[in-house]
Design a protein around this ligand. Structure first.
Ligand code: URA
Length: 199
């Protein structure tokens, strides 16, 4: 039996498993619908998230909110978490040992939510979920199947804020996400219809 989100949160507690606890203001667990069809996974909290204890509430989060509309999603429908629960100083990249110690909590969050679709934002979450060393540029915009999840890697929104030439790609990928959600809903409806006819 999988743990509930509340149980995962209790396990994490006032985590001091790595040195990021010394510089964080708040631990950023994750937020959203515990029964989400779509779960988004980012990299690590930034400054605003560290202060507000919520993922994606800074500039990248505002951009993400506008992209969600292209997929027909509202922020309250989805669940969002990060690979790391604490902000790395100066927003440096997560270190291997930090990912190792923190990622079991993300894994348990994914199991608790059991979404149909995982959207991985950027290199760190994509590599973790797809268990690959490949970079996001070669993986984005295609649906990958891992276990029972459909995984759609997309550039990190902060990368597209930094490099505006990525904006059209972001928009195309979020529209693709919208089509994937529709397809999954149709398949579910078909299965429900088929099992109704069997009875
Ligand atoms: N970038 C991330 O990867 N996660 C956040 O929560 C905010 C910015």
């Amino acid at each position: 039996m999988h743990k509930t989100l509340d149980e995962v949160k209790v396990d994490l507690g006032d985590c001091k498993r790595c040195t990021l606890c010394e510089t964080r203001t708040n631990l950023v667990f994750g937020v959203g619908n515990p029964n989400a069809e779509v779960m988004f996974i980012g990299e690590a909290p930034g400054k605003q998230e560290d202060l507000g204890a919520e993922p994606f509430i800074g500039a990248a989060g505002k951009y993400l909110n506008s992209l969600l509309e292209l997929a027909g999603l509202k922020r309250e429908e989805i669940y969002i978490a990060n690979v790391l629960k604490c902000r790395p100083p100066e927003n440096r990249d997560p270190k291997v040992d930090e990912i190792e110690v923190c990622s079991p909590f993300l894994r348990n969050q994914v199991r608790a939510i059991n979404p149909e679709i995982l959207v991985t934002l950027g290199n760190f979450s994509t590599r973790f979920i797809l268990k690959t060393d490949r970079g996001i540029t070669g993986l984005r915009g295609q649906v990958h199947i891992t276990g029972r999840f459909s995984v759609l890697p997309i550039f990190h929104p902060a990368a597209a804020i930094y490099d505006r030439s990525k904006e059209p790609i972001m928009e195309a990928d979020f529209k693709l996400l919208g089509r994937l959600i529709e397809k999954r809903r149709e398949e579910r409806a078909q299965r429900a219809n088929d099992s109704g006819q069997d009875n």
